[in-house]
Design a protein around this ligand. Structure first.
Ligand SMILES: NC(=O)c1ccc[n+]([C@@H]2O[C@H](COP(=O)([O-])OP(=O)(O)OC[C@H]3O[C@@H](n4cnc5c(N)ncnc54)[C@H](OP(=O)(O)O)[C@@H]3O)[C@@H](O)[C@H]2O)c1
Length: 262
């Protein structure tokens, strides 16, 4: 009898970094559960991955900001049929502008997706993983989580939560056979900028990465059991710089960068 393939769930797998995680994991021999709101797009991805990598792909069309969507995805994470070996909490979005110029309900939705869904999905998958003594979680954060981010205050704060939360889970699971890593990309060419109304032309070329560079670095660091992955030398340097500065200084630096780009 052949050994069953490991199974990974990737949220936000219909585009960008999530779609590349799904592809790279299928190429590594995983079966997949892919999650996003757009079911038709997920079906297309599933067909492609099944054809190209002989992966079995389950599609879960769900809005992770809504209780009904969360319920479906949490139930799959709690199920042992077959169990999820790797959860990639990748779905996320940002809002850009001064807080009082943005819509209150959209800010709330951003917190629901970037913070509440990440917490709930980790909570749903961990008991089974700890009981089986194996498994992994990759939470997709951002370099925006290393300092306050004026002009996208809520986004940076949600990613600071993901950083702190993931580091804490990494310690809580130490010695259990389960590994938790946080991935902190910088500017990555995906649909993120267009969806969130960002003018990409103001970002210097040298700061951009492609999803395959980000995911390649993430999977390499996950294999090495790193707790944090910051893809790219410039992103690493920026994150270290922000982390060593007191918050009132990193805030001023971030504010000055925003003013210059306006
Ligand atoms: N691109 C960057 O520069 C960058 C930098 C740092 C960190 N990140 C982080 O990387 C992650 C992936 O972003 P990306 O750059 O790949 O952006 P993207 O191309 O816009 O992909 C976002 C994914 O999330 C899904 N999604 C959005 N809202 C959802 C919801 N309510 N419920 C379920 N799924 C939802 C989208 O699919 P549907 O629309 O079909 O739901 C899509 O698959 C995010 O957490 C983002 O914060 C991105």
């Amino acid at each position: 009898m052949s050994t069953p393939k490991p199974v990974a769930m990737v949220t936000g797998a219909s585009s960008g970094i999530g779609a590349e995680f799904a592809r790279a994991l299928a190429a590594r021999g995983y079966d997949l559960v892919i999650v996003a709101r757009d079911g038709a797009r997920l079906d297309e991805r599933a067909e492609l991955l099944e054809k190209e990598y002989d992966a079995s792909v389950e599609v879960l069309a769900a809005d992770l900001t809504k209780a009904t969507g969360l319920k479906v995805v949490e139930a799959r994470l709690e199920s042992a049929d077959p169990p999820i070996d790797l959860l990639v909490n990748n779905a996320g979005f940002g809002t850009f502008g001064r807080l009082w110029e943005l819509r209150r309900d959209v800010e709330e939705r951003e917190i629901r997706l970037n913070v509440v869904a990440v917490t709930r999905l980790c909570h749903a998958v961990l008991p089974g993983m700890v009981e089986r003594g194996r498994g992994g979680i990759i939470n997709v954060s951002s370099v925006a989580g290393f300092q306050p981010t004026p002009a996208n205050a809520t986004y940076g704060a949600t990613k600071a939560f993901v950083n702190s939360f993931s580091h804490a889970l990494c310690e809580e699971t130490r010695g259990s056979g389960v590994h938790v890593m946080v991935l902190c990309p910088g500017f990555t060419k995906t649909e993120f900028q267009e969806r969130n109304g960002l003018d990409s032309s103001k970002v210097p070329d040298r700061l951009w990465q492609l999803p395959d560079q980000v995911v390649g670095a993430a999977l390499r660091d996950f294999d090495r059991r790193r707790s944090v992955c910051i893809p790219g030398a410039l992103n690493k340097a920026g994150a270290v710089f922000s982390s060593v500065l007191p918050m009132n200084l990193s805030r001023r630096v971030a504010g000055a960068v925003v003013k210059r780009s306006e």
